[in-house]
Design a binder for this molecule. Sequence first.
Ligand SMILES: [Zn+2]
Ligand SMILES: [Zn+2]
Length: 264
Amino acid sequence: MTIVLSFFVAHWVLSVFMQTFFLHRYAAHRMFTMSPRMEKVFHFFTWLFQGSSYLNPRGYALLHREHHAFSDTDRDPHSPHTTKGFIDMNVRTATRYAGLWRGTVQPEARFLGGYPTWPAMERIGDSWLVRLGFAFAYSIPYFLFAPHWAFFLLLPLHWFMGPLHGAIVNWCGHKYGYRNFDVDDRSKNTLAFDFVTLGELFQNNHHRFGQSLNFAARAWEVDPAYWVIRAFAFLGLIRIEKEQKMRYPERPVPALVESPADAE
Ligand SMILES: [Zn+2]
Ligand SMILES: [Zn+2]
């Protein structure tokens, strides 16, 4: 049982880490830079750890930039507030993502560019044979070590791990939790220590300071992925050029100096 559960947790953590590190903070937001060779290394690991549910960086980045621009409006590709429920939100997310990635729908020009592309890797990752190969491979530890058939119910979570993490963040992160910042959308911080999605559930902080590498704003909030990324920078794997910091509490905007005419 320990082996099966360890395998499940390892797949969960590695998959969601590559999503937040490579797809979200790097591909969509360009919060740090890396050499073309390192980009391929991390792209490879994104494919390896997302496996059967590998998400294409270009499709992910375009979809995510639309989410920031139109958050919780009718044009948001995945808002729990403008869709008819959890299933509807995810069907719309998947449809929009596939259209953007395959080029059958055109994003606004301002969203284009700056994401990693590697056609050979993307083709392999999208191959049905490869996806099914991963799906089968996930079942091997279960066949070998699961003490009860009920453990096999975890398998579908392995198959759809990437989109599942997206769905948790998109739904919970705009519905449940507390707010630090009064932004225009309905984003929330769901967990003060986000051990579930390694920082992604600080949606309210992230929507206020979209380029801040650390998704935690207050002293007691913990964004685990941030510290791993800082370690990557320390080791020279990536470069953090100029780190935007969150400001909490936000200082009020200084009042404009009254002109003599206003003072009268
Ligand atoms: Zn959001
Ligand atoms: Zn973002």
